[in-house]
Design a binder for this molecule. Sequence first.
Ligand code: KIV
Ligand code: ZN
Length: 542
Amino acid sequence: MAGQARSEDYVRIFDTTLRDGEQSPGATMTSAEKLEVARQLAVLGIDVMEAGFPAASPDDLEGVRRIAREVGGANGPVIAGLARCWREDIDKAWQGVQDAAKPRIHAFIATSDLHMERKLGMTRAQVLSQVGHMVAHARSLCDDIEFSPEDASRSDRDFMVEVLSLAIKEGATTLNIPDTVGYDMPVEYGDLFRYLMEHTDGADGVIWSAHCHDDLGCATANTLAAIEAGARQVEVTINGIGERAGNTSLEEVVMALHTRPKIYGVASRLNTTELVRTSRLVAHYTGIAVPRNKAIVGENAFAHEAGIHQHGMLRDQRTYEIMTPQTVGLTQSRLVLGKHSGKHALRMRMEELGFELNREELGDAFRRFKQLADQKKDITDADLQALANQEILAPTEIFALSELQISCGRPGMPTATARVVGPNGQEYVSPGVGTGPVDATFRAIDAVVEARNTLLEYNVHSVTEGIDAMGEVTVRIKSPSGGRGKGRVFGGYGADTDVIVASAKAYLAALNRMLAAIGTKYTAGESGPSTVTVSRPRPVEA
Ligand code: KIV
Ligand code: ZN
């Protein structure tokens, strides 16, 4: 590695979420939102914050000024403003950052033949001269100057050496080498740094910086290759947002350095426990959702579903995790219960939720859990609570729902046809017509069970989110006050992805409790299973 003067050897984190990140299509934030993100970035402990591009608009200038004043204190980060190598841009950048305790001007100009000819309409000599004059001008305003040869990875190396040597001579203190279009492979990008650091005059006296885009999915690998080659600043964004496929993701680079210290031998100074919080804030304000499987901050980054993995995790987290969730600011790993999970994981999670299921209950809960997992992708804690309650609260089943078919809508007569299995396996099929699908269902069930009661309360709510959520229903019924019923109240609970089915289950659970409590005897169907069609449903007594 070519030497470079560094009082302390660490990787400076230059965050450009508010500049390159905000250039993501659709990521525009209001100035109040930017300020809040800037405050959180300071809590995260970044070294340099590129607050914006002041020449882009008066709003951008104002936004950078505000961040410089409110976040750029003596203990805060360096506040940088971006500028093209034009005098007006540099002056605007200086206006933006000058109130910060540690201001920086970041000047750039393209150095690839393609960009110079086709975009700028300038010759190499003109670009070289512009760099000399503009870096000198910037340095006359500010002590901390960063210079970037845009499209460096497609620029002629020796021309870049000339440009960079001149930038250092005129006062640049950081040299940033952008892979503007995400073209380089890690081996090339690392090699580019070695070449430039070896041939540029004054290379030892400046900080070298990596700036990568993710067009070929190599941004993080390229940035790490640059660090290996000697770069000590990395330009990154939260969640990797940025132009096109995005910039290098801050959290990936920081956690790679943190997790593999022997490979890099150099660390960042970031407070990694703020990573998830910062990621969520940026996703919230930019409206760019973090993919579930995104490294470090994705919802699934510390989630395990496969039974074998869960088993390993329950014994020792290191079996399937190379870093702890706490390091990035999560409280714990998530054992996601889904159709690949085993009974062991279900029991553990149930216990964590406060449900001690005996062997039989667990077996039953597991069977229902697998049925539910076939219907729903994610089984949440609320789903499990619903399942556990069903196990614990379910009375001996005298009548059980077998099938239910509903027809309803307007105009029309809400009609339910229920197939119910009663004592000794006797099957009943009964229709019911009501004011709505639940009323029709309860009437169909009443026609079979023939147990007089009053419906006191009916509650339904969704216990989980999403279109495939579990619906949870609780009902309370009252037995007749005369005879053995004694006017007692019985509750029932049912959960299902179909709320009408959940309602039927809840009602039957309450009826079963009532029948068990008042000692009702059934003689029907003693001869074995056969289907009885109940054709004349009796009216419900209020
Ligand atoms: O990608 C790029 O080249 C840039 C420069 C302005 C640094 O963002
Ligand atoms: Zn960029």
